[in-house]
Every structure is written in structure tokens, then in C-alpha cells.
Design a protein around this ligand. Sequence first.
Ligand SMILES: *C/C=C(C)/C=C/C=C(C)/C=C/C1=C(C)CCCC1(C)C
Length: 236
Amino acid sequence: MDKMLLLNPADYVGVSFWIISAAMVAATFFFWVERDRAVGKWKTSLTVAAMVTGIAAIHYFYMREVWVGTGESPIVFRYVDWLLTVPLQIIEFYLILAAIAVVSSSLFWRLLIASVVMLVAGYLGEVSAMGSGESNTLWLCFVIGLAAWFYIIYEVFSGEASKINASQGTAASQTAFGALRMIVTVGWAIYPLGYLWGYAGGGDAAALNIIYNLADFVNKIAFGVVIWAAATSSSE
Ligand SMILES: *C/C=C(C)/C=C/C=C(C)/C=C/C1=C(C)CCCC1(C)C
């Protein structure tokens, strides 16, 4: 029994949970300390980046325990984490967007609601797969989640959010917006791939979790680094 509480070297998924927990703690500390080097409103952006990795660090400690102790996917902890950190990232994204374009506050709510629909659908889908394996709900929820994500991509590339004024805002905020847009499109694409891989053809909990872990590493830490780079290069 005790043996289950230790980290088995062959359990590469457990090892990835461990590595990412440590990386999230380090990133939180880094963004927090670097906040001193930022000026004006960029301080708030770095605070939000640190909140995202900090919330994730806490959940990673628990997720690792669930995985190492039971070999099951820590679905509830995973989605509680996402439900807190994704809206924070939408806030971050909107703050930077508002600095370089004239956008309505309703855009913020549309992005927020779309992200919540995406996550709730994903959660209901994954829970429906527990025990019973593949189900219609699993794939129906996947399609709903995918549609919500496509809507977000549409908004940031063709909708209101794309009406960036080249003369507005600093070069740093323009660059940060471009990079964050790539994260939401390319970086976030790793999650639905994980869902597909994890549940298609009978299910593979190890693949699901290693892909989600990799995605969180990229999308929480790289997201923060983009903000940090803009925050510390801006002289405004
Ligand atoms: C820090 C956590 C982040 C940035 C989580 C992002 C999660 C997603 C982009 C999830 C996307 C999904 C779909 C697009 C389809 C349905 C399944 C999900 C929830 C995995």
C-alpha cells in the first residue's frame, strides 16, 4: 500500500505531474518577483500570470496524488483548475487587447462565456466516460466544446477583437497580443487533441494526462512568459 504513495520511475505520467508541479511553483515565484521590474498596468498583467501558475501549482499537487495513488484521471481537480485559470487568461487577453484596439466590454463577456461553455462541455463529456467508457455524450460534448473554442478563434482573428489599430498602444502590447492569439489557437489545440487521443478507441488515461500536462505547461508558463517579455520591454 505505501508503495503506491511513492513515485514509480516507470510511471512517466506521474513523473510529468511532478515536473509540472515544480515548474508551476517556479514560474509563480518568477512572475511575482519580476513584477517589480514592470511599469504601470503591466504589473497587474504579471500578477494575473502569477495567479494562473499559482492556482495550477496547487491543483497539480492534488492531481499528482490522484494519479499516483489510483492510476485514474484527476478529472475534477483538472477542471476546477481550468475553470479558474482560463477565465483569468481571458481577462489577461482582454486587458492587452483593450490597450491596442477599441473593443466593447460585451466582447469580454462573449469570450468569457464561450470559454466556460467549452470547459463545462469538456467536463460533462469526460465525466460521462468514467466507468462506462465511450458514449454518445462524450462526443456530443466534444463537438460543443470544439464549437465554443472555434468561436473564440473567430473572435480573435475575424471578429471585433481583430480590429486592432496599428497606431494604438505600444509595440510591446501589439506583440503580446499577436503571441497570445497564437497561444489560444495553436497552444490550446493540444487540449482537444488530448481528449481525442485519450478517449477514442477505448480510452488511454496515460495519453490523456500526459497531453493535458504538456498543454498546461505550454499554455500557462509560455502565456506568462509572453506577458513578462512585453511587461519588461515596455518603457511606458
Ligand atoms: C490553463 C488551462 C487551459 C489554458 C485550458 C484550456 C483548455 C482547453 C482549450 C480545452 C479545450 C477542449 C475543447 C476545445 C473541446 C472539448 C474538450 C476540451 C475541454 C478539452
